[in-house]
Design a binder for this molecule. Structure first.
Ligand SMILES: NC(=O)C1=CN([C@@H]2O[C@H](COP(=O)(O)OP(=O)(O)OC[C@H]3O[C@@H](n4cnc5c(N)ncnc54)[C@H](O)[C@@H]3O)[C@@H](O)[C@H]2O)C=CC1
Ligand SMILES: O=C(O)CCC(=O)C(=O)O
Length: 411
């Protein structure tokens, strides 16, 4: 099932549980605005290259639309649409005053030089600058983008609108980025995992973990789990995979990856087939890469008892059903990875106030938001006798629906 069909299905299920009016349901489902732009740049060799960029602004009932920008070959309108919608429910679950958006460019950033990436980012910003804004739509990093990408967007946007640090979050600290934002999605995911495990009388330090993806989210999650005494027994990324039943030394794996650019050939473990990562023996599985990776082809073989969705929509609805029947507990993306956008919110607040928080405050506030989010989801699960995914969806959808009704719809 494609990402949009899967997301719509979860939304409709939540709308049914909440008994939403069908007209309101339709209005919440259809995006506020979909933008598609041509981005042509000269390559370093003088030839012309054309890419397609997207920004989908899904909903702004609760505040400015917010969400990352992805550079990946598989970026397409349906995927961006689904990711934008997920942002609407995610910001509502986190109870931060935002709506949802997402953007992306269909490209492989690994095939582009730094100067080509800079030109592409600037052309994309020129095409969308009058449709985003500090109080309208605030981009951030996602797969294939990083603080440098945000710095180029900030600079290009500021040429049109004056110096605007709050136009993006996840930017470098020297340009007004927040301390703690780099680690925030991984850290939030670990706080969420701790909250969930506590319900089952378990803790990170006596469990084993398998992690798919070793980029921003995956590497931070791995590092923080390792620091807490959790055993990370398998890690994979696009370059390969490594396993060690006694636990991988994550700081050493990070140094190996930095030095060689690959997970392959790490002396502190054995190379494994990356396709085995999701079905590897472990207590907790954390997908931190692409969407739709857990599906009907592999769900039956998953060994983990807990799945923490650090990636966006890693579990497709068919896999969701199979895994739930097996008794696997799934912590849904719109809560589990909300630490990133939550600290993005703190960054935006700091930019608007012109005042910088220390990292301790950022992390302490993040813990409060993640813990409160879990408690709120649990309450919804009790009220509606539903899964954690439907607990999170009903929580988010209900908050957006209430804001929409309060604002009214008279022209
Ligand atoms: N960066 C952020 O703050 C947030 C990211 N997310 C989600 O987390 C996921 C990861 O994002 P980032 O870490 O930011 O991206 P990233 O670009 O920093 O890292 C992506 C990682 O996935 C790996 N990967 C790609 N294809 C793979 C494959 N087929 N098999 C195994 N590994 C593969 C890459 O090698 C890389 O290690 C995405 O789903 C993203 O939407 C969610 C919330 C916030
Ligand atoms: O930090 C943000 O604004 C958005 C992060 C994001 O794209 C996500 O949560 O999926």
């Amino acid at each position: 099932m494609n990402a949009l069909a899967a997301t719509n299905r979860n939304f409709r299920h939540a709308a049914r549980i909440l008994g939403l009016d069908s007209k309101l349901e339709r209005s919440l489902l259809i995006p506020f605005r979909e933008i598609k732009v041509e981005c042509s740049i000269p390559k370093d060799d003088g030839s012309l290259a054309t890419y397609v960029g997207f920004r989908v602004q899904h909903d702004n009932a609760r505040g400015p639309m917010k969400g990352g920008i992805r550079y990946h070959p598989e970026v397409d309108p349906d995927e961006v649409n689904a990711l934008a919608q997920l942002m609407t429910w995610k910001t509502a679950v986190a109870d931060i005053p935002y709506g949802g958006a997402k953007g992306g460019i269909g490209c492989n950033p690994k095939d582009l030089s730094m100067s080509e990436l800079e030109r592409l980012t600037r052309v994309f910003t020129q095409k969308i600058h009058d449709l985003i804004g500090v109080h309208t739509d605030v981009p951030a990093p996602d797969m294939g983008t990083n603080p440098q990408t945000m710095a180029w967007i900030l600079d290009e946007y500021s040429k049109f609108h004056g110096h605007s640090p709050a136009i993006v979050t996840g930017k470098p600290i020297d340009l007004g980025g927040s301390l703690g934002r780099d680690a925030a999605t991984g850290r939030g995911c670990v706080f969420a995992t701790e909250a969930l495990l506590a319900e089952y009388g378990k803790s990170i330090n006596n469990l084993t973990f398998a992690i798919q993806g070793f980029g921003n989210v995956g590497s931070w999650a791995a590092r923080l789990i390792h620091e807490r005494g959790g055993k990370v027994v398998a890690v994979s990324d696009i370059t390969g995979a490594v396993k060690n039943p006694n636990g991988i030394n994550i700081p050493e794996l990070l140094a190996h990856k930095d030095g060689t650019g690959s997970l392959k050939g790490f002396h502190g473990g054995d190379d494994m087939n990356p396709s085995e990562l999701l079905v590897h023996e472990c207590d907790v599985l954390i997908p931190c890469a692409l969407g739709g990776v857990l599906n009907r082809d592999n769900a039956t073989d998953v060994k983990a008892k807990f799945i923490i969705e650090a990636a966006n929509h890693p579990t497709d609805p068919e896999a969701d059903e199979i895994l739930s029947k097996k008794g696997v507990v799934i912590l849904p993306d719109i809560y589990a990875n909300s630490g990133g956008v939550t600290v993005s919110y703190f960054e935006w607040v700091q930019n608007i106030q012109g005042f910088m928080w220390d990292e301790e405050k950022v992390n302490a506030e993040l813990w409060k938001y993640m813990t409160r989010g879990f408690d709120n989801i649990k309450d919804m699960c009790k009220t509606h006798d539903c899964s954690l995914r439907m607990g999170a969806f009903t929580l988010g959808v209900n908050r957006v629906a209430r804001a929409t009704i309060l604002r009214g719809w008279e022209a």
